[in-house]
Design a protein around this ligand. Structure first.
Ligand SMILES: Cc1cc2nc3c(=O)[nH]c(=O)nc-3n(C[C@H](O)[C@H](O)[C@H](O)COP(=O)(O)O)c2cc1C
Length: 177
């Protein structure tokens, strides 16, 4: 079954890391379904029912985004606030996300050392992770690119993109799936 990749990046045309990630994921169209929130909803007026229906169709969901002000881009917060609704994601009649496997792919401007000596990225994303766990999801891998602001080489960026795809490729390869 395919994995849904929900991309939240407000300026994807100017992106280097997330754009390279999307290109690399796009090499595996039978594995990854890319859903870009800003592309589908430029004004961020989400179709809640359509989004809930889409989420229901996938067991594995990856949230991909750059860190903005030590958090997710606000569009992703809005998405969760609105789509993970009472009576659907939680509460009476809820639990529709229960059991889903969640992964994260996150890029940062700051380097790994500055995160690790301050608040490590997994800790920074803890509130975000808690929201999924509250909804009964299983939170798994976090793939990261650190130091986008340090002029990384094309090779470093491409190797990271390949590592991202490898981390989330199923054990069975596309050839023998
Ligand atoms: C509004 C804004 C806020 C940002 N805040 C942070 C931050 O708090 N920490 C950080 O490490 N990088 C921060 N950055 C840098 C981005 O995380 C970085 O440019 C991005 O991950 C690179 O990915 P891209 O090439 O796909 O855009 C910020 C960038 C923008 C535009």
């Amino acid at each position: 079954m395919k994995k849904l990749v929900i991309v939240t990046h407000p300026f994807i045309e100017e992106s280097i890391i997330n754009k390279t990630w999307i290109d690399e994921l796009g090499e595996h169209p039978t594995v990854f379904e890319i859903h870009s929130l800003y592309k589908k909803y430029p004004t961020l007026e989400f179709d809640i029912e359509a989004e809930q229906s889409l989420l229901s169709d996938f067991d594995d969901i990856i949230f991909q985004f750059p860190i903005h002000w030590f958090s997710t881009p606000f569009a992703l917060k809005k998405y969760i606030d609105e789509v993970f609704s009472f009576g659907w994601a939680f509460g009476p009649g809820g639990g529709k996300l229960a059991g889903k496997q969640i992964g994260f792919a996150v890029s940062t401007g700051g380097d790994k050392e500055s995160y690790d000596s301050g608040i490590p990225l997994p800790d920074l994303l803890n509130d975000f992770k808690l929201s999924f766990e509250f909804c009964g999801c299983k939170v798994g891998k976090l793939h990261a690119f650190y130091g986008a602001m340090n002029e990384p080489t094309d090779q470093v960026i491409l190797e990271n993109a390949k590592a991202y795809v490898d981390a989330f490729l199923p054990i069975t390869t596309e050839a023998n799936a």
